[in-house]
Design a protein around this ligand. Structure first.
Ligand SMILES: Cc1cc2nc3c(=O)[nH]c(=O)nc-3n(C[C@H](O)[C@H](O)[C@H](O)COP(=O)(O)OP(=O)(O)OC[C@H]3O[C@@H](n4cnc5c(N)ncnc54)[C@H](O)[C@@H]3O)c2cc1C
Length: 297
């Protein structure tokens, strides 16, 4: 696939773009093409004209992602400035761009006196990633606050999906393959800005105490299996601090994997598989990856 075979764009198209600097693990290969659309019309026109065989995936802050070392074939779409805004549409609803951060959404909610969105303060991702992953923390989940979202389908068609159409379950949505969340409406309940800020501070402090926030990591590695906590299973399997090459199971939170320096994605993923094997052998429980693993090994 050369630039001559790709549709014209108003945004930025980069061939063979390194993804490691764009993801939290700071590891992994290149995108065959990285597309940063100028605006939603640019995104729609590009996808409509792109050969339907070419795979497309969205990238947020890469906070829940292992990009394999062989890179990602096709087009990786990263939403920039035009998608990063948050504005209020009524007393309790925020209209958020798909690339807006959890910090911006939660602080805008606080200023508007909208409670119930505080948990987004602690999830280091974008609205698109939250909607795709049904992000949640401290008792809140995206499925509880999402009204609807604007999605650009792989065909380039723009649709608005109400929350029911995403059929949310724990850390999972039925967003169609190759679809990009360009925006979302979140609704909360009336609250006092000072009380909302206090709740955000409580959440931040609790995070700081329990998670390796300043490390190269990918957040929770495995989903909590029904009736279990993933971190407890990993701990009981004796994996706390376990190392493989430059990858390590966090000492601070055993459901986090860490790149201690120069780990490859192959090492990080292999360590995760080793943890799954040890948990299966010692406790008979099958851990399921929460981190999305993309690209070629
Ligand atoms: C320190 C740390 C703490 C974390 N704590 C939590 C937590 O408490 N709760 C929680 O739920 N998660 C947590 N995470 C994981 C992560 O922050 C969330 O999964 C977040 O929703 C990912 O958002 P992102 O924009 O970075 O998505 P990425 O990691 O870039 O991508 C994740 C998935 O979402 C898709 N995606 C991204 N943007 C879009 C878009 N615009 N349209 C369609 N699909 C898209 C990607 O293709 C991929 O499949 C944590 C991560 C870290 C590093």
């Amino acid at each position: 696939m050369t630039s001559a075979t790709l549709p014209d764009v108003r945004g930025k198209l980069t061939a063979n773009a390194p993804l490691a600097p764009l993801v939290w693990f700071k590891a992994g290969g290149n995108a065959q093409w990285l597309f940063e659309p100028k605006d939603v019309d640019d995104l729609c026109a590009f996808l409509a004209a792109l050969d339907p065989q070419v795979p497309v995936m969205a990238l947020g802050l890469g906070s829940n992602l292992i990009v394999r070392d062989g890179g990602v074939p096709g087009v990786v779409v990263r939403l920039g400035k035009a998608f990063a805004g948050v504005s209020r549409t009524d007393a309790l609803t925020l209209d958020c761009g798909g690339g807006a951060s959890g910090v911006l959404v939660s602080s805008t909610a606080r200023d508007a006196g909208i409670a119930g969105l505080e948990f987004l303060r602690s999830i280091p991702g974008t609205v698109g990633g939250f909607v795709r992953m049904n992000g949640g923390a401290y008792g809140g989940e995206v499925k509880d606050i999402l009204v609807d979202c604007d999605v650009v389908l792989r065909s380039g068609q723009r649709v608005t999906l109400p929350v029911a159409d995403l059929h949310y379950t724990y850390r999972h949505s039925y967003l169609p393959e190759g679809a990009i969340v360009a925006g979302a409406r979140f609704r909360g309940k009336p609250g006092e800005p000072a009380a909302i800020q206090a709740e955000m501070d409580r959440i931040s402090a609790s995070r700081e105490a329990s998670q390796p926030l300043r490390s190269k990591t990918g957040g929770s590695t495995f989903k909590n299996p029904a009736g279990h906590k993933a971190w407890e299973l990993v701990d009981k399997a004796g994996c706390r601090g376990l190392e493989l090459g430059g990858a390590q199971v966090s000492e601070k939170h055993t459901n986090f994997l860490i790149n201690t320096g120069e780990a490859t994605s192959t090492e990080i993923e292999a360590l995760g598989e080793e943890v799954r094997r040890r948990v299966r052998e010692t406790q008979g429980v099958e851990l399921e990856w929460e981190i999305q693993r993309v690209g070629k090994a």
